[in-house]
Write a protein that binds this ligand. Structure first.
Ligand SMILES: [Mg+2]
Length: 231
Protein backbone atom coordinates (compact mmCIF):
# COMPACT_ATOMS: atom_id res chain seq x y z
CA UNK A 1 0.00 0.00 0.00
CA UNK A 2 1.47 3.31 -1.08
CA UNK A 3 0.44 6.24 1.12
CA UNK A 4 2.59 9.10 -0.02
CA UNK A 5 4.84 10.39 -2.73
CA UNK A 6 7.77 12.71 -2.14
CA UNK A 7 9.26 14.79 -4.94
CA UNK A 8 12.57 16.41 -5.52
CA UNK A 9 12.10 19.96 -6.89
CA UNK A 10 15.04 21.35 -8.90
CA UNK A 11 15.45 19.58 -12.26
CA UNK A 12 12.53 17.30 -11.36
CA UNK A 13 9.63 19.77 -11.60
CA UNK A 14 11.47 22.53 -13.50
CA UNK A 15 14.80 23.24 -15.16
CA UNK A 16 16.84 24.88 -12.42
CA UNK A 17 20.00 26.17 -14.10
CA UNK A 18 18.44 28.74 -16.45
CA UNK A 19 16.61 30.17 -13.43
CA UNK A 20 19.69 30.27 -11.21
CA UNK A 21 21.78 31.86 -13.93
CA UNK A 22 19.13 34.51 -14.53
CA UNK A 23 18.85 35.15 -10.77
CA UNK A 24 22.63 35.52 -10.53
CA UNK A 25 22.62 38.00 -13.44
CA UNK A 26 19.83 40.07 -11.89
CA UNK A 27 21.65 40.13 -8.56
CA UNK A 28 24.84 41.17 -10.34
CA UNK A 29 22.99 44.06 -12.02
CA UNK A 30 21.46 45.08 -8.70
CA UNK A 31 24.87 45.03 -7.02
CA UNK A 32 26.13 47.19 -9.88
CA UNK A 33 23.63 49.89 -8.99
CA UNK A 34 24.14 49.75 -5.22
CA UNK A 35 27.63 48.39 -4.60
CA UNK A 36 29.47 48.75 -7.94
CA UNK A 37 32.88 47.61 -6.70
CA UNK A 38 31.48 44.10 -6.08
CA UNK A 39 30.51 43.34 -9.71
CA UNK A 40 33.68 45.12 -10.87
CA UNK A 41 35.65 42.62 -8.89
CA UNK A 42 33.49 39.46 -9.16
CA UNK A 43 31.64 37.93 -12.11
CA UNK A 44 28.39 36.08 -11.33
CA UNK A 45 30.29 32.83 -11.65
CA UNK A 46 33.00 33.99 -9.26
CA UNK A 47 30.33 34.88 -6.70
CA UNK A 48 28.93 31.38 -7.08
CA UNK A 49 32.46 29.97 -6.66
CA UNK A 50 32.76 31.91 -3.39
CA UNK A 51 29.76 29.92 -2.09
CA UNK A 52 31.53 26.70 -3.03
CA UNK A 53 34.71 27.88 -1.26
CA UNK A 54 32.76 28.60 1.90
CA UNK A 55 31.01 25.22 1.68
CA UNK A 56 34.39 23.47 1.38
CA UNK A 57 35.84 25.42 4.30
CA UNK A 58 32.77 25.03 6.52
CA UNK A 59 31.19 21.61 5.96
CA UNK A 60 28.81 22.20 8.91
CA UNK A 61 26.87 24.77 6.84
CA UNK A 62 27.43 23.23 3.39
CA UNK A 63 23.83 21.97 3.24
CA UNK A 64 22.40 25.47 3.77
CA UNK A 65 22.41 27.15 0.37
CA UNK A 66 20.74 30.31 1.67
CA UNK A 67 23.47 30.74 4.28
CA UNK A 68 26.18 30.01 1.70
CA UNK A 69 24.83 32.64 -0.70
CA UNK A 70 24.54 35.23 2.05
CA UNK A 71 28.00 34.50 3.46
CA UNK A 72 29.48 34.65 -0.06
CA UNK A 73 27.86 38.04 -0.64
CA UNK A 74 29.18 39.34 2.70
CA UNK A 75 32.65 38.11 1.86
CA UNK A 76 32.52 39.67 -1.61
CA UNK A 77 31.36 42.98 -0.11
CA UNK A 78 34.18 42.91 2.44
CA UNK A 79 36.78 42.09 -0.21
CA UNK A 80 35.45 44.92 -2.37
CA UNK A 81 35.93 47.27 0.58
CA UNK A 82 32.33 47.81 1.71
CA UNK A 83 31.97 47.98 5.46
CA UNK A 84 28.21 48.43 5.25
CA UNK A 85 26.35 45.95 3.09
CA UNK A 86 22.64 45.06 3.03
CA UNK A 87 22.95 41.30 2.58
CA UNK A 88 19.24 40.66 3.14
CA UNK A 89 18.24 43.04 0.32
CA UNK A 90 20.83 41.51 -2.00
CA UNK A 91 19.72 37.96 -1.24
CA UNK A 92 16.09 38.93 -1.75
CA UNK A 93 16.87 40.02 -5.33
CA UNK A 94 18.39 36.61 -5.99
CA UNK A 95 15.67 34.73 -4.14
CA UNK A 96 12.67 36.26 -5.90
CA UNK A 97 14.25 35.49 -9.30
CA UNK A 98 15.34 32.01 -8.18
CA UNK A 99 11.71 31.17 -7.49
CA UNK A 100 10.46 32.43 -10.86
CA UNK A 101 10.60 28.92 -12.27
CA UNK A 102 8.69 27.50 -15.19
CA UNK A 103 7.20 24.10 -14.41
CA UNK A 104 7.65 21.37 -16.98
CA UNK A 105 4.43 21.15 -18.94
CA UNK A 106 3.00 17.95 -17.43
CA UNK A 107 3.92 18.75 -13.83
CA UNK A 108 0.89 20.61 -12.49
CA UNK A 109 -1.79 18.36 -14.05
CA UNK A 110 0.10 15.25 -12.92
CA UNK A 111 0.53 16.53 -9.35
CA UNK A 112 -3.12 17.55 -9.14
CA UNK A 113 -4.25 14.05 -10.20
CA UNK A 114 -1.82 12.35 -7.80
CA UNK A 115 -2.84 14.62 -4.92
CA UNK A 116 -6.38 13.25 -5.08
CA UNK A 117 -5.10 9.81 -4.21
CA UNK A 118 -1.88 10.27 -2.24
CA UNK A 119 -0.29 12.66 0.21
CA UNK A 120 2.38 14.60 -1.65
CA UNK A 121 5.40 16.36 -0.20
CA UNK A 122 8.58 17.88 -1.55
CA UNK A 123 12.12 17.11 -0.40
CA UNK A 124 14.74 19.48 -1.76
CA UNK A 125 18.40 20.22 -1.19
CA UNK A 126 17.84 23.68 -2.63
CA UNK A 127 16.11 26.73 -1.20
CA UNK A 128 13.11 27.00 -3.53
CA UNK A 129 9.89 28.22 -1.93
CA UNK A 130 6.90 26.16 -3.13
CA UNK A 131 4.55 28.87 -1.85
CA UNK A 132 6.16 31.51 -4.08
CA UNK A 133 6.14 29.01 -6.94
CA UNK A 134 2.46 28.26 -6.38
CA UNK A 135 2.67 24.55 -5.59
CA UNK A 136 1.72 24.74 -1.92
CA UNK A 137 -1.80 23.63 -2.81
CA UNK A 138 -0.65 20.18 -3.99
CA UNK A 139 2.04 19.53 -1.36
CA UNK A 140 1.01 18.77 2.20
CA UNK A 141 4.41 20.04 3.29
CA UNK A 142 7.84 20.79 1.92
CA UNK A 143 11.18 19.98 3.51
CA UNK A 144 14.59 21.23 2.54
CA UNK A 145 18.14 20.58 3.69
CA UNK A 146 18.10 23.66 5.92
CA UNK A 147 15.16 22.35 7.97
CA UNK A 148 16.41 18.76 7.97
CA UNK A 149 19.93 19.82 8.97
CA UNK A 150 21.45 17.70 6.19
CA UNK A 151 21.11 17.35 2.44
CA UNK A 152 20.02 14.27 0.52
CA UNK A 153 21.35 11.56 0.18
CA UNK A 154 21.90 11.72 3.97
CA UNK A 155 19.05 10.10 5.93
CA UNK A 156 17.66 13.02 8.03
CA UNK A 157 15.37 14.55 5.38
CA UNK A 158 13.89 11.15 4.51
CA UNK A 159 13.45 10.26 8.20
CA UNK A 160 11.77 13.59 8.88
CA UNK A 161 9.45 12.99 5.91
CA UNK A 162 8.42 9.58 7.34
CA UNK A 163 7.55 11.16 10.67
CA UNK A 164 5.60 14.00 9.08
CA UNK A 165 3.76 11.58 6.77
CA UNK A 166 3.13 9.10 9.61
CA UNK A 167 4.10 6.39 7.16
CA UNK A 168 6.64 3.60 7.02
CA UNK A 169 9.42 4.07 4.45
CA UNK A 170 8.12 1.28 2.22
CA UNK A 171 4.78 3.11 1.99
CA UNK A 172 6.49 6.15 0.43
CA UNK A 173 7.66 6.61 -3.14
CA UNK A 174 10.39 9.16 -3.80
CA UNK A 175 10.70 10.68 -7.27
CA UNK A 176 13.76 12.62 -8.38
CA UNK A 177 16.28 13.29 -11.12
CA UNK A 178 19.49 12.74 -9.19
CA UNK A 179 20.79 9.15 -9.05
CA UNK A 180 22.80 9.86 -5.91
CA UNK A 181 20.72 12.35 -3.90
CA UNK A 182 17.31 11.02 -4.83
CA UNK A 183 17.60 7.38 -5.83
CA UNK A 184 20.40 6.14 -3.60
CA UNK A 185 19.39 8.39 -0.70
CA UNK A 186 15.75 7.33 -0.76
CA UNK A 187 16.59 3.65 -1.31
CA UNK A 188 18.93 3.70 1.71
CA UNK A 189 16.09 5.17 3.76
CA UNK A 190 13.85 2.29 2.66
CA UNK A 191 11.64 4.30 0.30
CA UNK A 192 10.58 3.00 -3.08
CA UNK A 193 12.41 4.95 -5.74
CA UNK A 194 11.55 6.38 -9.13
CA UNK A 195 14.30 7.90 -11.26
CA UNK A 196 13.00 10.76 -13.37
CA UNK A 197 15.23 10.71 -16.42
CA UNK A 198 13.95 13.41 -18.77
CA UNK A 199 16.92 13.46 -21.11
CA UNK A 200 17.46 9.73 -21.61
CA UNK A 201 20.73 9.56 -19.66
CA UNK A 202 22.41 6.22 -19.00
CA UNK A 203 22.15 4.96 -15.42
CA UNK A 204 25.51 5.87 -13.84
CA UNK A 205 25.95 2.54 -12.03
CA UNK A 206 25.08 1.05 -8.69
CA UNK A 207 21.69 -0.19 -7.61
CA UNK A 208 19.02 0.96 -10.01
CA UNK A 209 15.81 2.74 -9.05
CA UNK A 210 12.69 0.60 -8.63
CA UNK A 211 11.30 2.35 -11.71
CA UNK A 212 12.42 4.87 -14.31
CA UNK A 213 10.18 7.45 -16.00
CA UNK A 214 10.72 10.12 -18.66
CA UNK A 215 8.20 12.57 -17.25
CA UNK A 216 5.68 12.79 -14.40
CA UNK A 217 2.76 11.75 -16.60
CA UNK A 218 4.31 8.24 -16.60
CA UNK A 219 4.25 7.98 -12.82
CA UNK A 220 0.62 6.92 -12.46
CA UNK A 221 1.17 3.81 -14.59
CA UNK A 222 4.11 2.80 -12.38
CA UNK A 223 2.03 3.30 -9.23
CA UNK A 224 -0.88 1.34 -10.69
CA UNK A 225 1.40 -1.67 -11.27
CA UNK A 226 2.84 -1.44 -7.76
CA UNK A 227 -0.60 -1.02 -6.16
CA UNK A 228 -1.78 -4.05 -8.18
CA UNK A 229 1.00 -6.14 -6.71
CA UNK A 230 0.19 -5.14 -3.18
CA UNK A 231 -3.61 -5.16 -3.06
MG1 LIG B 1 17.03 17.62 -8.56
Amino acid sequence: MIKAITFDLDDTLWDVWPVVERAERLLHDWLGSRYPRIPERFTPLELRDLSAEIAAARPEIAHDRTRLRKDALQLAAARAGYREFDVEAAFEVFYVARNAVELFEEVRPALERLARRYTLASLSNGNADVRLIGLDDVFSFSLNAIEAGAAKPEPPMFELACRRLEARPEQIVHVGDDPEHDVRGAANAGFRTVWLNRSGRDWPGGRRADAEIGDLAELEAVLAVWEGFFT
